[in-house]
Design a protein around this ligand. Structure first.
Ligand SMILES: C[S@@+](CC[C@H](N)C(=O)[O-])C[C@H]1O[C@@H](n2cnc3c(N)ncnc32)[C@H](O)[C@@H]1O
Length: 239
């Protein structure tokens, strides 16, 4: 991983087209680094397009093992496939299930649930469009995220690890979803040190009070880390 804050359009460089580089927000890179899949492991990325994190996971695994890159929308399989092909990823297959109904036939060593979210973490970058608007679609997100986190947990092997991540600040999409998992499954939150400045998860917001365990989650704020805002929770099974 290289930090290049002054490089304006890395996607126009010849190195990009040759598959030597893939530009990503720092916080997006940290998700794969925190999950840290071992070589020759089974990995599921539940919501994978356009593939920045999948390809980074493949790199960390030295192109060994197997990654299932799942993405619901067929139109997004095209950029996902392009990213994987351009970067020479060889250990990945693409599937098109609803993440919350991903078949329970195969369990995984590592799971990334980088779920669809309201995207508030990108507001600083987009500037002029940075006004939060409630829409009925946004209001439905926490329900979907809760279904995805439960299914992800059920797909984990006994010793498996899952990373739940969003690029939003909304506690209803973050701490509330993680608390819901803790209430409904034998899940534990694992320590999370991404090596960059972060705050712990919050314990209450408006009428919501969350499990005290959520203090083990991490909130990354743009003004602290100079990147897209992010939330991460590292999850394992109770033993
Ligand atoms: C935050 S983006 C994922 C970004 C991706 N992990 C990356 O690093 O490039 C969430 C993705 O989930 C997809 N998605 C939305 N609803 C889904 C569902 N129910 N099941 C699976 N994927 C879904 C969206 O189309 C979008 O591509």
């Amino acid at each position: 991983m290289y930090l290049t804050p002054t490089l304006k359009s890395p996607g126009n460089l010849i190195e990009y087209f040759l598959g030597h580089i893939h530009p990503q927000a720092l916080t997006s890179c940290l998700a794969s680094i925190v999950l840290a899949p071992e070589e020759n492991s089974y990995v599921l990325e539940m919501c994978a397009a356009p593939g920045g994190k999948t390809s980074h996971l493949a790199q960390l695994m030295n192109n060994t093992g197997l990654i299932v890159a799942n993405e619901l929308y067929p139109s997004r399989h095209i950029p996902l496939g392009h990213t994987l092909e351009r970067l020479g990823v060889l250990n990945t297959v693409i599937t098109g299930y609803q993440a919350q109904e991903f078949p329970l036939k195969q369990r995984f060593d590592y799971i990334l649930a980088d779920v669809p979210c309201s995207g508030e973490g990108g507001f600083r970058k987009k500037k002029e469009s940075s006004i939060y608007r409630e829409t009925s679609e946004k209001q439905k997100l926490p329900d979907l995220q809760k279904k995805i986190i439960l299914r992800g947990f059920d797909l984990l092997k006994e010793e498996g690890e899952m990373l739940y991540s969003t690029c939003t600040y909304n506690p209803e999409e973050n701490e509330s979803v993680v608390s819901f998992l803790l209430q409904n499954r034998d899940a534990v939150l694992l320590p999370l040190d991404a090596g960059f400045n972060s705050e712990t998860g919050i314990l209450e917001w408006r009428d919501g009070k969350y499990d005290t365990e959520v203090q083990k989650t991490a909130r990354f704020y743009p003004h602290r880390i100079n990147s897209v805002g992010f939330f991460m929770a590292r999850i394992g099974r109770k033993r």
